[in-house]
Design a protein around this ligand. Structure first.
Ligand code: GLN
Length: 480
C-alpha cells in the first residue's frame, strides 16, 4: 500500500474533524472516474445522486449523528441492484435496467452514510475470472494496464487500485473477490456462505454466491463487513447469527499468532504453481512463522476435482436462475417478434454473451433427464467430499494458507478465446466456495518475473472471519 493511499479509518478521522467534507471526497472521486475512463472500471455514474448522498452525509456529520464510515465514497459491483443507478450485471440483456429497490448490502452501506459513486464493470453475470467477459468491454488493471485485473469483480478492484475509491463491494461465487484482489494488489474477503445477504444480488449460482468487501487493508475490510453482514429475512439462506465486530481480535493479533497452526496444503504448492507465485507465498508463510505461527502440512486430496464439480454445479444453477431473462419481464426485447417463442429465442440470443450462453447450455445439459445422474448428482457428491477434506484439514490447523491463483495477472487477450484456460486459474479458489468457507486474499508481494502483484489466500473455518482478518492485519502491519 503506497503512503498516498488513505485507509477508511484515516478518511473517517478527516471527515469527523471536518478537514474534508463528504461532498469534496465525492467530487474528487467523480473527477478521478472521468480522468480514468480508459480503465473501463465504471458502467454507470450519476453525479447528482452521488452529491445528494454526500450532502446528506455532511449533514449527519455536522449533526454529530454520523456512524464511523459516513461520508466515505464507495463503488458497487454492477451485480447489486441499486435505485437510481442502472443495474446490468455486465450484460446487454439488462442494458438500461433500473431496479425499483436496493440490494440489502447497498441499503446497509447507504444507511451507514457511505456515498455511492457508481456501479462497477464486471464479467457478465459474474461469469469469468479475467474481467474480459463484460458486454461493455474489458476492464484494465491499473497496476499494469496491459494485464487483466482479474474477475469477475474487475471494476471494483480497478477502481480501488487506481485510487478512485478506498473501498468497493464485490461478489464471489468461485473466487471473484479474491482473484481480482490478488491481481490488483488489494485485500478482499468472501465471508462464510450465508453471512451476508444475497437479496438484490443478481443471481449466478445461488448456493455459492456470496458478497464481500474489497479495500486496501484487512482492517478496512473488517469495518465494511461489520456493516454488510447480518441476518436478512428476505434471503432464505441468510444465517441467523448475532452481530459481530470483525476488528475485535486485531488489537491482540500478534499474540493470536503465537502458536497459531497454519496449514499449508501440499496440493497448493506443487509444480502447477508459477515459481514466482510460490516464492512470494512461501516468503509470506515464513514471515508468519517468524511472528510465532506454527506451520503444518495438510492435504486437500480432492482439490483438483473442485474444477469439474464447480463447472457443473455453477452452470446448472445459472441455467435455472437466468431463465427469468425472457424478454418479457426485464431488459432487452428483440424487435418485431413473430410469436412468443421467437421473442424468447431472439431476445436471449441477442442479450446474452458467449460465456453466458455456454454456461446455460452446459447447465441445461447436466440437469436434463438421462444426464442428471451422470453429471449433476456426481458433482454434488464431489462437493460433499471436497468439504469433508477441508473439515479433515481443519482438525490439524486453525487457518489454511496458500496462493489465490497459480499465476499473477495474465496479459489482456491471452486467454480470451480459451474458456478452459480461464477455468483452470480457479483451482485454488473454488474449493472454499464449494465448501461455503470464508476465504480472503491479502497482498503478499510482487512476482519476480512478471512484476505483478501476488495474493496470499487465507482460508478459515466457518465463521472464523474475525481471526482471519486479524492475522491478515498483523501480516500487513509487519509487512509494511
Ligand atoms: N471464475 C469463476 C467463474 O468463472 C468464478 C466467478 C465468480 O466467483 N463469480 O465462474
Amino acid at each position: 500500500m503506497s503512503s498516498a493511499v488513505k485507509t477508511l479509518k484515516q478518511l473517517s478521522a478527516q471527515l469527523q474533524s471536518r478537514q474534508v467534507s463528504a461532498v469534496e471526497l465525492a467530487k474528487e472521486a467523480l473527477t478521478h472516474i472521468e480522468n480514468k475512463r480508459h480503465l473501463n472500471a465504471f458502467l454507470d455514474v450519476q453525479a447528482d445522486l452521488t452529491l445528494a448522498q454526500a450532502r446528506t452525509a455532511d449533514a449527519a456529520i455536522s449533526a454529530g449523528s454520523a456512524s464511523a464510515l459516513c461520508g466515505i465514497p464507495i463503488a458497487h459491483k454492477d451485480i447489486f441492484v441499486t435505485q437510481g443507478w442502472k443495474s446490468t450485471a455486465g450484460s446487454k440483456i439488462l442494458q438500461n435496467y433500473v431496479s425499483p429497490f436496493n440490494a440489502t448490502v447497498v441499503e446497509k452501506l447507504q444507511t451507514a452514510g457511505m456515498v455511492c459513486v457508481g456501479k462497477t464493470n464486471c464479467d457478465e453475470f459474474a461469469m469469468g475470472g479475467s474481467g474480459e467477459n463484460s458486454a461493455y468491454g474489458p476492464t484494465l488493471n491499473p497496476k499494469d494496464e496491459t494485464a487483466v485485473p482479474g474477475g469477475s469483480t474487475s471494476g471494483s478492484a480497478a477502481a480501488i487500485a487506481a485510487g478512485i475509491v478506498p473501498a468497493a463491494t464485490g461478489t464471489d461465487t468461485g473466487g471473484s473477490i479474491r482473484q481480482p484482489a490478488s491481481f490488483c494488489g488489494l485485500t478482499g474477503i468472501k465471508p462464510t456462505y450465508g453471512r451476508v445477504s444475497r437479496y438484490g444480488m443478481i443471481a449466478f449460482a445461488s448456493s455459492l454466491d456470496q458478497a464481500g468487501p474489497m479495500a486496501h487493508t484487512a482492517e478496512d475490510c473488517a469495518l465494511l463487513l461489520n456493516i454488510m453482514a447480518g441476518f436478512d429475512p428476505r434471503d432464505s439462506t441468510s444465517l441467523e447469527r448475532s452481530a459481530e465486530d470483525f476488528t475485535r481480535l486485531m488489537p491482540q493479533a500478534f499474540s493470536e499468532l503465537k502458536g497459531l497452526r497454519i496449514g499449508v496444503p501440499v496440493e497448493f504448492m506443487d509444480e502447477g504453481v508459477a515459481t514466482e507465485v510460490r516464492e512470494v507465498v512461501e516468503a509470506a508463510i515464513q514471515q508468519l512463522e517468524g511472528l510465532g505461527a506454527k506451520r503444518v502440512e495438510v492435504h486437500l486430496p480432492r482439490n483438483s476435482l473442485s474444477i469439474p464439480a464447480y463447472y457443473v454445479i455453477a452452470p446448472a444453477e445459472a441455467s435455472s436462475n437466468l431463465s427469468r431473462f425472457d424478454g418479457v419481464r426485464y431488459g432487452h426485447r428483440c424487435e418485431n417478434p413473430k410469436d412468443l417463442l421467437d421473442l424468447y429465442m431472439r431476445s436471449r440470443a441477442e442479450g446474452f454473451g458467449p460465456e453466458v450462453k455456454r454456461r446455460i447450455l452446459v447447465g441445461t445439459y447436466v440437469l436434463s433427464h438421462g444426464f442428471y445422474d451422470a453429471y449433476y448428482k456426481q458433482a454434488q457428491k464431489l462437493r460433499r467430499l471436497i468439504a469433508q477434506d477441508f473439515k479433515n484439514a481443519f482438525e490439524q490447523c486453525d487457518l489454511i494458507l496458500g496462493p489465490v491463483a497459480p499465476t499473477t495477472a495474465w496479459n489482456l487477450g491471452d486467454k480470451a478465446d480459451d474458456p478452459v484456460a480461464n477455468y483452470l486459474a480457479d483451482i485454488f479458489t473454488l474449493g472454499p466456495s464449494l465448501a461455503g468457507l470464508p476465504a480472503m486474499s491479502v497482498p503478499a508481494g510482487i512476482g519476480a518475473q512478471s512484476r505483478r502483484p501476488v495474493g496470499l489466500q487465507i482460508i478459515g473455518n466457518y465463521f472464523d472471519e474475525a481471526r482471519m482478518l486479524a492475522v491478515a492485519d498483523a501480516f500487513q502491519k509487519a509487512h509494511q
